[in-house]
Ligand binder design. Structure first.
Ligand code: MN
Length: 385
């Protein structure tokens, strides 16, 4: 048997086994468990769903209306958005959830009145008569947490979490488990003071099949939608959870060590190399967001952004941001800096650390430009360390 045929055969066999497992053991379940461990959204839909969930948590109904419009344009269904906003009552309370459902209802009405496309989508399938919410919810919670969880201090809350949140709500099959965790992580990024819950749900998202790229996509989506502090909050929690063992390493000719980061480093930043001291890398994302990686001591020249506010969101490592005639400001994961239009400044890595920051231009006016000036001298750079 040739290799390609062999591979095809193995794939076919695997698919058949998975299908059999799906139909036999979960005959009464509406969706195969394997399907629940993947996002059902496209990258664009996931980005809008992140914005929708975060706006819901913040109670920003104006931004929410716009995000819902865009999500529907990207062919998220009404059923998916409705389910996300309903689920979020368990995390943000009925007041936020109900207000947001009201916005969804209004947006649907507006679009239908204008004859604009709205895809309703299917509601969740009915559960089987013998569905046991406490039993199934306990199983789902164990999968999400990674181990059995017993909240002995508050048994009633333990029951609500298992039977209701993970039993009743998660059983609804119009969102997958992965979808639901993306929604929860995005919403918790919009709330102050719930960082332990945010971290638990980043881990939960991973356990429910959300990939690192998809988690990073939430940070990028929030940043691209002007949810800057929220993106920073998620980036900080994400970095604090990062497992250094699985970080990426950049191979360089004159160094064996690279940055420890889960974020992609991208390609050498060749187009801007003339304006940098040291080696930098660039990873473009959607929505005009790019991740810039700086090796230790690497920094860009003094420069000015004309006609735009540049926002930096540090996502890994340590670095500095400095405005002319001002003390340098440290950059660590979660630091958000909005650089005013017309202000001379530089940004770069610390002497003993790699650094990565997302960069995005906001409030951009026609003809916006970057004015590149003199390099940051070693004397200037060393004085901030
Ligand atoms: Mn800049």
């Amino acid at each position: 048997m040739k290799m390609s045929k062999c591979k095809n055969f193995l794939f076919f066999l695997l698919a058949a086994v998975m299908l059999a497992a799906c139909t036999n053991t979960n005959e009464k379940m509406n969706t195969c468990e394997n399907d629940k461990m993947e996002l059902s959204f496209s990258a664009e839909q996931a980005a809008w769903m992140s914005a929708i969930a975060c706006d819901e948590a913040k109670g920003d109904l104006v931004a929410l209306e716009s995000a819902i419009h865009n999500g529907l344009e990207a062919e998220l269904t009404v059923s998916q958005i409705k389910e996300a906003l309903s689920q979020l009552y368990a995390y943000t309370g009925f007041p936020r959830s109900l207000n947001s459902l009201g916005v969804l209802q209004r947006v649907i009405g507006d679009r239908q009145a204008k004859g604009v496309k709205v895809i309703m989508g299917e509601d969740a399938s009915p559960l089987s008569d013998d569905y046991d919410a406490l039993k199934e919810g306990t199983r789902v919670q164990t999968q999400l947490v990674g181990k059995a969880f017993e909240y002995e201090f508050a048994p009633a809350t333990d029951y609500y979490l298992k039977a209701h949140l993970f039993g009743d709500i998660f059983a609804r099959d119009n969102l997958t488990y992965a979808d639901r965790e993306l929604v929860t992580v995005s919403a918790l990024s919009g709330l102050e003071g719930v960082e332990p819950q945010l971290k638990a749900h980043i881990a939960g998202a991973r356990n429910m099949g959300v990939t690192e790229e998809q988690l990073q996509g939430i940070v990028v989506a929030l940043a691209a939608n002007g949810l800057l502090n929220e993106a920073g909050r998620l980036a900080k929690a994400y970095d604090e959870l990062a497992n250094s063992d699985s970080g990426l390493t950049v191979e360089r000719s004159n160094s064996t060590s690279g940055p420890t980061t889960k974020w992609s480093v991208g390609s050498p930043n060749a187009a801007y190399a003339q304006y940098f001291v040291g080696q930098s890398f660039l990873q473009p994302y959607f929505g005009g967001v790019a991740n810039v990686t700086f090796e230790p001591r690497c920094r860009n020249n003094w420069h000015v952004h004309h006609g735009a506010v540049q926002v930096l969101i540090c996502v890994s490592g340590k670095g500095w941001y400095q405005e002319w005639n001002k003390p340098a400001v440290p950059l660590t994961p979660g630091t958000v800096i909005a650089i005013p239009e017309g202000v001379k400044h530089w940004h770069g890595a610390a002497a003993d650390s790699w650094m990565q920051h997302l960069a995005i231009h906001t409030q951009e006016q026609p003809g916006a430009t970057n004015e590149w000036l003199e390099p940051v001298s070693d004397e200037q750079y060393n004085s901030v360390q």
